[in-house]
Unconditional design. Structure first.
Length: 212
């Protein structure tokens, strides 16, 4: 059975193998499948500046095998939108303790067009609700907008779409709500809470210390 595990700096020692699979799959999927060649690494592991002690990973694992994943990161720290894509957020880059950035989302090929995608979307909403997060921000290709609408997610554009490597992309903020969580759970026929928080206390999100 597939479960989504919450992994932070505090419990990553339980998940070293899954995290290695996550970075390897990110390379296979984002570099080799999607062609984001700027992320290519000689060791076949896609790791960036935001894979550090502040990142939270929500990984879908089935019988020890990683089948999908995503990353959340504090917007109070320099993050991908503030550092790499600020030009996409003409209405301003949202930065607050209750807003996280959402990146590196994927489902392995064999599990696509199935329930894993909705499981990951539900996991993101469930985790954020539990942590008092109100929005997540992301840079996405435009085809995410109808997907989010179908999932029952409310989306606020942060600026106009622009081409990135030939693809129209947009920066957006997605609202965290019980209604969205229930909608996406219903779509996938999921019942109740499903996150595994191995070795973590009930609330883990900490506001990072930011120098004045
Ligand atoms: C940043 C993301 C942030 C949220 C953090 O009938 P179809 O096949 O056309 O239905 C497809 C399309 O409508 C659309 N879609 C998926 N990939 C697309 C692409 N490259 N270009 C245009 N449209 C695309 O979604 C429908 C369902 O896709 P799917 O792959 O059959 O199934 P599933 O299970 O919903 O998985 C969707 C995702 C995006 C998770 C999966 O395709 C994947 O892992 N792709 C590679 C990683 C990726 O591109 N991640 C998003 C960027 S990170």
């Amino acid at each position: 059975m597939t479960c989504v595990h919450v992994i932070t700096h505090a419990n990553r020692h339980f998940y070293e193998e899954s995290l290695e699979q996550f970075h390897r799959l990110r390379h296979q999927i984002f570099v080799e499948e999607r062609g984001w060649s700027g992320l290519r690494q000689p060791d076949g592991l896609e790791v960036d500046a935001y894979d550090n002690q502040h990142a939270v990973y929500l990984l879908a694992i089935d019988a020890g095998r990683l089948v999908g994943g995503q990353r959340l990161y504090p917007t109070l720290l320099p993050h991908m939108i503030s550092e790499v894509f600020p030009h996409l957020a003409q209405l301003g880059v949202p930065q607050a303790a209750d807003i996280l950035e959402w990146t590196r989302y994927f489902v392995v090929k064999e599990r696509r067009t199935g329930r894993t995608d909705c499981r990951l979307l539900a996991a993101m909403q469930e985790f954020c609700l539990g942590e008092g997060i109100t929005e997540v921000t992301a840079v996405v290709e435009m085809w995410w907008l109808p997907r989010w609408q179908q999932a029952g997610f409310k989306v606020r554009p942060l600026g106009l779409p622009q081409l990135i490597e030939g693809q129209p992309c947009i920066a957006a903020a997605v609202e965290i709500s019980q209604a969205s969580l229930e909608h996406v759970r219903k779509l996938a026929g999921l019942r109740g809470a499903s996150l595994i928080r191995n070795g973590l206390s009930s609330r883990i999100h900490q506001v990072p210390h930011v120098a004045a």
